[in-house]
Design a binder for this molecule. Structure first.
Ligand code: HPA
Length: 274
């Protein structure tokens, strides 16, 4: 059923955009949604008009899928995502990125806001994700495997592509926007972590903590799609500084970093499909 539903959604995207196939995808995290429509030849479809697409329940913005032409190639941008903590089934959480893969995307960049755990990180930092740790016990591949999507037991040695990381480093160099590297640990949320959980995450080797991205990375890697991940550190993780965490702090830091983030994406996107 999922496979057919994904095909229906991807067919809808191709028909409504007039672009038969898309080469690369981008998922925009907190505070970045408006970037999508700044891209050349943008065509915007509302999630609510795409068959099978879940529509975000928490953000003010209900989500849209934007097709644009970047460096002569069609690119799909998911502006707004649904999170596991909203109560969605895992198959819904990954429906958007799977649709992008079905629509032809061979490379997808996942962006997010995250808490900084690593000593080398500070609020405002952009960080290329090198690997992840899943501490939620959830996985979007639980259940019957559809071998048309991918294998039952997918290898996870290189979920985050070295090629995309080196293109990200090149885009950083070109724009003068600093990009660090780190390991992202997925916590379910919606609570922020406790200081003890952050000590655990640090001990386990995490540099970043957040509530998204990992299910999407798993579903994409299952489908053989090359994944890139970029986190914006919006705050120091719980207990690292004395101040309590707030969503306002997250959105304010995201807004302040938006221009650097979009400059990086403007330089990176055209190189993905070259
Ligand atoms: N923890 C989890 N998710 C987050 C954080 C955090 O500190 N900051 C932004 N998203």
């Amino acid at each position: 059923m999922t496979y057919e539903a994904l095909q229906t959604a991807a067919d809808h995207v191709a028909r409504e955009t007039g672009r038969e196939s898309h080469d690369a995808g981008l998922v925009l995290g907190s505070g970045l949604s408006s970037y999508a429509t700044t891209l050349p030849d943008a065509i915007e479809l509302s999630y609510s008009d795409i068959p099978g697409f879940p529509t975000p329940r928490v953000e003010g913005h209900s989500g849209s899928l934007v097709s644009a032409m970047v460096g002569g190639h069609p690119v799909l941008v998911l502006a707004g995502r649904v999170h596991t903590y909203e109560g969605w089934e895992m198959s819904d959480v990954v429906f958007g990125v799977r649709t992008a893969a079905m629509a032809g995307c061979r490379t997808v960049i996942l962006t997010n806001a995250a808490g900084g755990v690593g000593d080398h990180l500070a609020p405002g930092d952009l960080v290329a994700i090198t690997d992840h740790i899943n501490v939620t016990g959830r996985n979007p591949l639980v259940g019957a495997n559809d071998s048309r999507l991918g294998p039952r037991f997918p290898d996870q040695t290189n979920v985050y592509s070295a090629r995309v990381r080196s293109l990200t480093a090149a885009a950083a160099q070109e724009t003068g926007v600093a990009v660090k590297e780190g390991v992202y640990a997925w916590f379910l949320g919606p609570t922020y972590e406790t200081p003890a959980e952050i000590r655990m995450a640090r001990t386990l080797g995490a540099d970043l903590v957040g509530m998204s991205t990992v299910p999407e990375a798993i579903a994409l890697s299952h489908m053989g799609v090359e994944v890139g991940g970029i986190s914006l550190v919006t705050n120091l993780a719980a207990g690292i500084s004395d101040s309590p965490l707030s969503h306002d702090e997250v959105t304010e830091t995201a807004a302040a970093a938006r221009d650097r983030f979009t400059a990086l994406l403007d330089a990176l996107l055209p190189t993905l499909t070259r």
